[in-house]
Design a protein around this ligand. Structure first.
Ligand code: TXA
Ligand code: MG
Length: 338
């Protein structure tokens, strides 16, 4: 199959593909999504095939306005209502009880709940409106690879496997949405940290829990996807710990092993140690973890085009979006710290 690269002005063409049951990758404010008509089971199955995604990992349903939510859930908890008012459109996915029979069974991987979000991207919203369908969409990368933040990343992973990619430029947030489980409204639980921080959620609805399985990986996670997402580039990634023996020690160890070092770090750290690396990718000023988050996936992919054989990455404080940043970086590293 030929993969067309479309402009946002070609949205009618993209919408026609969706209506015909084909896959269209599209820009959102978080990462590019791989979309299909969420009411068409055959179309949704193509998503799993194209990504090589395990079929027990449910997909997020994307809608274009808040009113659409009532079509797919049994009821909207008050807290969900409040959060939608504040954070939609935006990087927050809310899990609620599924109204049976309204979506293709493959979307929710057999669960009786569904994750829904309204993306903050004009071209995504237009695509949903013009196709007249809710869009099931995971990140548009090959399963296990870093999520795509440009149309070029999508093309690299999925050319020949999707009908079209709507190229609307780089994504702004750079990390996926926060996934919040509200199926037990008295215990709102973050299953995946993301673009909206725990602190931001708590300002609106009070105490929010973080699924401990995010930390203790030995048990089965509640968000089935968490056990699969690795976000890993080709080179092994090591996080240089704040409280470890430091950068000089880390650089020395890998140099002695004959590795070519790729440095994924703040501009301050690159100014200090960049000369000792074979390749560098700047995550911007250290104080700006939002900027680092926007650049993380691009940075992880960048080293595939260099001679680096290992990536050493800087760690950031787990404050605000720093929690999501460190969650993705740790997964990319397979928890390897030095
Ligand atoms: O920002 C994002 O969320 C991007 C863009 C494209 O919207 N999408 C995305 O989708 O990251 P995906 O499929 O890569 O991640 C969806 C996550 C997975 O961890 C999945 O297990 C979880 O949400 N999830 C979806 N529906 C769920 C449900 N009903 N119960 C529990 N977890 C669910
Ligand atoms: Mg993903």
């Amino acid at each position: 199959m030929e993969t067309l690269i479309l402009k946002p002005t070609d949205i009618e063409k993209a919408a026609a593909f969706i209506q015909e049951g084909e896959l269209v990758a599209f820009q959102t404010e978080t990462v590019y999504g791989l979309g299909a008509d969420a009411t068409n089971d055959e179309a949704v199955k193509k998503i799993y095939q194209a990504k090589g995604r395990p079929s027990d990992n449910p997909l997020i349903v994307h809608i274009a306005n808040k009113e659409q939510v009532t079509d797919y859930v049994t009821h909207i908890p008050n807290k969900a209502e409040q959060l939608m008012d504040v954070f939609w459109p935006g990087p927050l996915t809310i899990i609620m009880e599924l109204k049976e029979g309204t979506l293709a069974p493959t979307v929710t991987a057999g669960l009786d709940s569904v994750g829904i979000r309204m993306p903050d991207s004009p071209s995504a919203l237009r695509l949903i409106e013009r196709s007249g369908k809710p869009l099931a969409a995971p990140s548009a990368n090959t399963s296990g690879k870093p999520s795509p933040t440009t149309a070029q990343h999508v093309f690299h992973d999925l050319k020949g496997k999707v009908a079209a990619i709507v190229d609307d430029g780089e994504t702004g947030v750079g990390l996926e949405s926060t996934v919040l489980d509200l199926t037990e409204p008295e215990k709102p639980t973050i299953l995946r940290p993301g673009g909206v921080s725990k602190e931001q959620l708590e300002q609106v609805i009070g105490p929010v829990f973080l699924d401990q399985h995010l930390v203790e990986e030995s048990e089965t996670p509640r968000a089935p996807g968490m056990k699969y997402t690795h976000y890993s580039p080709e080179e092994p990634v090591y996080v240089v710990a704040e409280d470890g023996r430091g950068w000089e020690h880390a650089l020395k160890i890998f140099r002695e092993r004959g590795e070519k070092i790729g440095l994924l770090a703040s501009e301050e750290l690159i100014a200090k140690y960049g000369k000792e690396a074979a390749a560098v990718y700047s995550l911007g000023p250290k104080e700006n973890v939002r900027e680092a988050s926007r650049l993380l996936y691009s940075g992880l992919r960048y080293f595939e085009t260099t001679e680096a054989t290992v990536i050493l990455a800087e760690s950031y404080a787990e404050l605000d979006i720093g929690q999501a940043f460190m969650n993705r970086l740790e997964k990319a590293a397979g928890k390897k710290y030095i």
